[in-house]
Design a protein around this ligand. Structure first.
Ligand code: ZN
Length: 203
């Protein structure tokens, strides 16, 4: 299983971190051990002093493929969820300054949280997906899939030009504006429309 992530896929988020607007999807990966197992506690990483949440829509890959044309891409994912791409922002800032890879900031154990899955149907694909994150019951991030710079099909197609996609892989599709810091004791809840998809406490 592989976890793909898209960076800077919402213009307002790229701007809030002072990043340029990309002209093709920014792709990075997290290893299998980055996935927080269901019902496991989430611990604040000891190497960071600035842990950020990034709420994102997540796709589940349902078909193996490579070099998938954008027009065919819809056939390669069959479920959607909401997750958090946890980021050690202090580490990432240091690495970015030096032009180094991001893994230590993004790909550590349990840095990927994924909620429950909703099957994608022609019905729920008619409208864009609205999603949000609450921290201690206050909405801190709000997103809508129609604001994505690169839509689902473009992301899946683009990834497949470089990596095989396999059944069970996950794709984090980028975070909207409003990323912020969380501390021990915070309770984070992710929503798809009004449905709660996950709840975790930072321990
Ligand atoms: Zn992200």
């Amino acid at each position: 299983m592989k976890i793909f992530c898209v960076g800077r896929n919402y213009i307002n988020h790229a701007k809030e971190l002072g990043n340029a607007i990309p002209d093709e999807p920014v792709i990075f990966m997290k290893p299998k051990n980055a996935l927080l197992p269901p019902n496991s506690p989430f611990y604040y990483p000891e190497f960071s002093n600035e842990l950020h949440y990034e709420v994102e829509l997540v796709l589940r890959i349902s078909k193996n493929g490579r070099y998938i044309p954008e027009k065919q891409a819809r056939k390669y994912f069959n479920a959607i969820s909401v997750g958090i791409d946890f980021t050690a922002r202090d580490i990432q800032d240091e690495l970015k300054k030096k032009g180094l890879p991001w893994e230590k900031a993004k790909a550590w154990d349990n840095s990927a949280v994924i909620g429950k899955w909703i099957d994608l149907t022609p019905e729920n694909l008619k409208n864009p997906f609205r999603f949000s994150l609450k921290n201690n019951n206050e909405v801190v991030q709000n997103g809508i899939s129609s604001d994505m710079l690169f839509p689902f099909e473009k992301i899946v197609s683009h990834i497949s030009n470089y990596f095989s996609l396999n059944i069970g892989d996950y794709v984090f599709t980028g975070t909207p504006a409003g990323v912020g810091e969380c501390v021990v004791g915070d309770v984070l809840q992710g929503f798809l429309e009004n449905e709660k998809m996950f709840e975790i406490e930072v321990k």
